[in-house]
Design a protein around this ligand. Structure first.
Ligand SMILES: Nc1ncnc2c1ncn2[C@@H]1O[C@H](COP(=O)(O)OP(=O)(O)OP(=O)(O)O)[C@@H](O)[C@H]1O
Ligand SMILES: [Mg+2]
Length: 415
């Protein structure tokens, strides 16, 4: 393969609790990305997003990569790696500097973000993202781009996302052992939201929720910036477990029944309807009312949505969700979850799929693939940015790259 074509390949690896997905993308003529390779294998070793079986995970990554490469006809040597799990912790921080020449320049922004970043992060944690929320010049608040603004004092409010060193190292180690170089780490919920949300939703304020198998990720946008992130240790796997116990059926049958007949809202189903349920230990199948299945699912769905509600309350951003809530991730496919969400949150709720990608859209246009598609989009934006801001041969520090990317997005929206 020619080096030039390999250089352009963007690959994303999402190691989820239920599946390992490897996507290969190629930038297209419209500054977007086409998905050209797809590999997905069941995930062997994760609990609430934290690895529990290294060898099997390496094998799953290898297989997903091979599948994707075969389909793409391109090799992928390096990947954007999704990071999730309950070890993720985030917090806000503020910094302030004097504006050097009374007019805000790039250099002032770098300094103010560095000042805001200067907080003690425990030695066992690693900073994954530094996301600027807003700037303040003297008494003027809520500024997304302070460049050129006059004043004497510049303040920055940033959101810092950290993860546990050990959990991150294990995921990185598995990826490297599968012969892949890690190009960068991306918070799974951030990636997922990039694939699904529109710029308008982010500007108006939105709570984005990726319901996975083992974790539920929340990311709140306000004024176009990430304002809050959290990972909850619950997911679609809980429904499956409850069904297996409640209807006394094997786990794989419970999973199948959930997808085919499950509903989070009892009043959406016909009370007379019956379903076939396989019994454990090779006993004969039984016929049960579908209502009984939904009676198992409904309280759990309510519990999960209430946990999300409590987390949103912690953020103090309930009143800023002008665009409501978007549910994605495989767990969002549960029938009735969106309707129950509207009832519990009392805001508009929609199910979100990855959009604005080309290529294998039939394969990836599902909430199951929001995070992996988002990794490709993140990788693509970094590729564009590399071209734009390092073509003078000068490499900017990561913090400026992050900030410049955000700024470029803001400018693209005409703000
Ligand atoms: N049609 C469906 N109805 C209900 N649930 C579904 C459906 N399809 C998939 N799911 C559930 O979605 C979950 C898998 O979602 P997803 O692939 O987003 O998780 P993951 O990324 O592997 O896990 P995590 O993000 O928690 O690490 C499983 O619990 C699965 O049962
Ligand atoms: Mg996931």
């Amino acid at each position: 393969m020619q080096k030039s074509s390999r250089d352009k390949v963007v690959a994303g690896l999402d190691i989820g609790s239920s599946k390992v997905v490897f996507l290969i993308g190629l930038p297209n003529a419209n500054d977007g990305i086409d998905v050209v390779g797809f590999g997905s294998v069941p995930s062997p070793g994760l609990r609430h997003g934290v690895l529990i079986n290294i060898e099997q995970t390496i094998e799953a990554i290898r297989r997903a990569k091979e599948e994707a490469e075969l389909m793409a006809g391109h090799k992928a040597d390096e990947v954007w790696l999704g990071i999730g799990g309950t070890h993720i912790k985030s917090f806000d921080s503020k910094g302030m500097v004097a504006i050097k020449n009374k007019e805000t320049q790039n250099d002032d922004i770098t300094r103010v973000i560095e000042a805001a970043k200067a907080v003690a992060v425990p030695a066992d944690r690693e900073v994954l993202h530094v996301l600027p929320r807003e700037f303040k010049v003297d008494d003027q608040e809520g500024i997304s781009d302070p460049i050129g603004m006059s004043g004497v004092r510049l303040e920055a409010l940033i959101h810092i996302v950290t993860g546990a060193n050990s959990a991150i190292q294990n995921i990185v180690k598995c990826t490297q052992k599968a012969n892949l170089k890690v190009k960068g780490l991306v918070l799974q919920s951030l990636a997922s939201s990039l694939a699904v949300l529109s710029e308008d939703e982010k500007k108006l304020g939105v709570a984005y929720v990726d319901v996975g198998a083992g974790t539920t990720d929340l990311i709140i946008y306000n004024n176009g910036s990430v304002a809050y992130t959290a990972v909850l240790p619950v997911g679609g796997g809980y429904f499956t477990h409850d069904i297996a116990v409640g209807l006394r059926t094997p786990q794989d049958c419970a999973e199948e029944i959930k997808k085919k007949h499950g509903s989070a809202l009892l009043n959406l189903i016909n009370e007379e309807e019956t379903i076939e349920v396989k019994s454990v230990g090779g006993r004969e199948s039984r016929t049960v009312l579908r209502k009984n299945l939904c009676e198992v699912i409904e309280p759990r769905a309510e519990e999960i949505l209430n946990l999300i509600k409590a987390e949103i309350a912690k953020s103090n951003l309930q009143s800023q969700l002008g665009s409501g809530m978007v549910l994605s991730g495989g767990g969002s496919l549960l029938d009735g979850l969106v309707e129950m969400g509207e009832f519990i949150f009392d805001i508009p709720v929609r199910r979100g799929l990855p959009t604005q990608v080309g290529g294998l859209t039939d394969v990836v246009r599902s909430p199951l693939y929001s995070a992996p598609v988002g990794l490709l989009k993140y990788g693509l934006s970094e590729l564009h940015l590399d071209k734009e801001i390092t073509n003078d041969g000068k490499k900017f520090p990561e913090i400026v790259v992050d900030w410049a990317k955000k700024l470029r997005d803001v400018i693209a929206q005409g703000l």
